[in-house]
Design a protein around this ligand. Sequence first.
Ligand code: MEV
Length: 450
Amino acid sequence: MKTKDKMIAGFSKFNKAEKIAWLVKHFFKSNPIETAREFASFWHTNLEAQKLFDGISENTLTNFYMPYGVAPNFLVNDKLYCVPMVIEESSVVAAASSGAKFWLNRGGFKAEVRSMTKVGHVHFKWGGSDPVKLFSFFNVLKPRLLAGVKEITKNMEKRGGGVTGLELLYLPEIEEGYYQLKVDFNTCDAMGANFINSVLEAFAKILDQEVASYHEFEGSEKEVVIVMAILSNYTPECIVKSWVECPVSDLGEFGEISAPVFAEKFVCAVNIACNDSYRAATHNKGIYNGIDAVVIATGNDFRAIEACGHAYASRNGKYVSLSRAEVKDGKFRFELEVPLAVGTIGGLTKIHPLAKKSLELLGNPSAEELMQLIASVGLAQNFAAVRSLVTTGIQKGHMKMHLANILTHFKATETERETAFDYFSDKTISFSSVRQYLSLLRGHTIAVNG
Ligand code: MEV
């Protein structure tokens, strides 16, 4: 089939059945009917619920399921949580649960929000050549900008938020004549993307009009080019810190590894991630295994959270670990400082029924409380990963989950599962070794696809 045959105009106008029909006709030629049925088999049985999911995105054909699990025993600031986690990677929920349980008996996690400021910019170029003139105009402009967005900000202000800072920045090193209106926001319990972008776009319009009509400007000074108005997902002022600590002796033993040896190895492993970007990326990925899972389960934007975290990890010019560990005066301390611009109202938290349930499970927390919890889950995840790395290695746990997944693939019975777990406890697990073992148990060769 030629590429041209796979192009289409007006796809979005098709209804769902038409979309699937077009897709299978052009991309699943060998089994169009089966494929169409398979897509349809993942539709929600409740039509209203399906309508809701269809409406969340565009060109929706079906639903893509992800496991929704919980990690119990999370003690954060002396409050016990059972944490919802949505993630496709095996072992993550198990590791978070194990990290939570470990610290449950050692005082739990402490967490505090340092600040919750979000930020956005109007990026523009000004036709004038004397920046001093624009800065002095800004003093006139500022109250006009704030007054001009009152309709948008009044409800947020009632809740204690709104625009909390407004500055003009001149950045000729980026582009000649380039300026920014840098705007700080408090969006209370909302992630606030729509609110921020609405305010910024309104600011851009007012800026354009005010520059054009300002009596002290003449000629090209009356010209402004609005390049764009958009929030920044980099929120280094929306920061939460979570930490755990206990006397080294309370860490207990890790197989043959004593508490002091464990603590020393652990601190060394974290120190490596604090200095080596290769290790830092994997180390931080482990942190985001936990963070993303809760962010998704609560209907927040994991791409924004990740982008921000990785930018923050590079804030001093080198990409390093987001967590730190130390042993001081016989005390082991492990902490994570991370930007987390999350919301507990608005957006998907309102629409997705399971995001709503997640928040209910957490006791309908404020954004601040959710930040503290999510950072603690990230820290627990990081603790569990590094603990495995410096003791048994991670493959032991991973392979157990891998075995479970392979057994599920081959539709193993409960008895087969039990004997397989026993048999593979000291053997190498691979897809083919498990297949071979099950073939032996069943007395006939099993096909690769089960
Ligand atoms: C795997 O998803 C995450 C880890 O690689 C994290 C780490 O190495 O710290 C286990």
